[in-house]
Design a protein around this ligand. Structure first.
Ligand code: DOR
Length: 310
């Protein structure tokens, strides 16, 4: 009932982790690979190991989460070796997330992947809000265009981009126009809503240490923004570019809504962090229940079919 195709690979369901959650170490990645999730993505890798920002750097709130992890990760080789090993043992569809600390590092990371044996998908994270002094790449339209133009002079493997949320129709238009110039496999909307501030009232203090408490928001707060981005890009992007919907998935209804807006796959961040990998069996059950009630037998029955009021 929940089967879906991505790059000619049949997945048991459209659910994945969102990069950053439960995917830093081989142990966590193995747990994801053995879970009910249809696919998984690795923690965003930089060229070198990074310790990330000082703790506390992740905080669960009533309505979601705030984080300023600062891209802690084990470096590209660690994740690239992992996915290549799994590929050799028959793994079909894997997602490797990467981002560079500079323009040159971005190009270098993708060159290394291009030259490697890895045949899976690369998710190019253009939207980390948490590295002090480094703006989110995809809020700079000119830079995004320039970077993708250079990357596609040599990169021939499947590539997706992880985008930050946009809040203006003109920005949806402008970014979609840029993305449509390139042979992208997919667009993933959205990364966390950057630089929110959550306050502990008793202490009259922020809850995370980096950047004076500013951090990316996830969870329930961000679902309407995530859905708007999925819908806006599905309406604007070439049909060949798939969409991964990320943001505000707490239950099966949220997964259904992402797909209704046009998502091909749906990623779970904050709720996976709260519940662990068993979240995927809960969400698949809840989604199936909703589909049964509505009389749908496949995701195609409602994908992208959101109605508007005439
Ligand atoms: O919210 C996020 N946190 N998004 C990213 O892209 C990276 C992550 C981090 O490590 O700070």
């Amino acid at each position: 009932m929940l089967k879906t195709n991505f790059l000619d690979v049949e997945l048991s369901n459209p659910l994945m982790n969102a990069s950053g959650v439960h995917c830093m170490t081989i142990e966590e990645l193995d747990e994801l690979a053995n879970s009910e999730a249809g696919a998984f993505v690795t923690k965003t890798a930089t060229r070198d190991y990074r310790a990330g920002n000082p703790e506390p750097r992740y905080y669960d709130t009533n309505l979601g989460s705030i984080n300023s992890m600062g891209l802690p990760n084990n470096g590209l080789d660690y994740y690239l070796d992992y996915v290549i090993e799994r590929q050799k043992s028959g793994a079909k569809l894997q997602f490797l997330s990467v981002t560079g600390m500079s323009y040159e590092e971005n190009v270098g990371l993708l060159k290394k992947i291009q030259e490697s044996e890895y045949e899976g998908v690369t998710e190019f994270n253009l939207s980390c809000p948490n590295v002090p002094g480094k703006p989110q790449i995809a809020y700079d339209f000119e830079l995004t265009d320039k970077l993708l133009a250079e990357v596609f002079t040599f990169f021939t493997k499947p590539l997706g981009v992880k985008l930050p949320p946009y809040f203006d129709i003109a920005h949806f238009d402008e970014m979609a126009k840029i993305l449509n110039k390139y042979p992208l496999t997919y667009v993933n909307s959205v990364n966390s809503v950057g630089n929110g501030l959550y306050i502990d009232l008793d202490k009259e203090q922020v809850v995370i240490k980096p950047k004076g408490g500013f951090g990316g928001l996830g969870g329930e707060y961000i679902k309407p923004t995530a859905l708007a981005n999925v819908r806006a890009f599905r309406e604007r992007l070439n049909p060949s570019i798939k969409i991964i919907g990320t943001g505000g998935v707490i239950n099966g209804k949220d997964v259904f809504e992402h797909i209704l807006c046009g998502a091909d796959l749906v990623q779970v961040g904050t709720t996976l962090h709260k519940e662990g990998v068993s979240v995927f069996s809960r969400l698949t059950k809840e989604l199936q229940e909703i589909m049964k009630e509505k009389g749908y037998s496949s995701l195609e029955d409602f994908r992208g079919k959101l109605k508007v009021i005439d």
